[in-house]
Design a protein around this ligand. Sequence first.
Ligand code: UDP
Length: 238
Amino acid sequence: MSSAHYRRILLKVSGEMLAGEQGYGIQPSILEGLAEEIADVVAMDVEVAVVIGGGNIFRGLAASARGMERASADYMGMLATVLNALALQNALEGKGVSTRVQSAIEMRQLAEGYIRRRAIRHLEKKRVVIFAGGTGNPYFSTDTAASLRAMEIGAQVIMKGTKVDGIYDSDPVKNPQAKKYNEIPFLSILTQNLKVMDSTAISLCMDNRLPLIVFNLKEKGNFKRVVQGDPIGTLVTV
Ligand code: UDP
């Protein structure tokens, strides 16, 4: 029996998560752990969509700061998310979880194109849908893709898995006095300029009243706990 608090969720995983200690690329043990966490939630009969980032391989903004034209650099960043999506698909299928990758940039040989109604159908059939390619547009982020896709598929919540256990008033790594919020409104994130998601992603969630939970995905079992409604992490609402 499912003890899940949610029926359909969107998990955002940053590329950085996948890099682990090595700081670049994909660390196999992290990928395995992530697949296990997702498989556990799928077993609870929850519909799971995933938006995966690409920052472990390539970031458009950083490359443009070094002189590359921004749009080209961003397309490279979007391709990086496809690499991560295929790796996650492979790890999930290895655990017996049925998956589909849908890419915002067409790549017919290796992923479906993004078709909203098709994505919803996959979810209804309990397939994990991995959204690759971000929004398909330069100058956006995969956080914005997460907000957009979550709304399109009618997810009840976005769960952003990070390396810290929630949102703090300052960087807890640099400031030991940093205070963690259990709940915070979207507007405070914007006015306090807290580094949670970029402002486009936050605004989209706020305007459409889509709740966001930020939690530590590195800790084993946390994803399941959040899906069960455990108040770990930080809940962001209007
Ligand atoms: N990107 C983009 N449009 C999008 C999503 C991503 O141009 O809709 C590019 C952008 O260059 C970004 C890179 O893809 O730096 C990787 O995505 P992101 O930085 O959001 O990944 P994360 O920080 O989650 O690893």
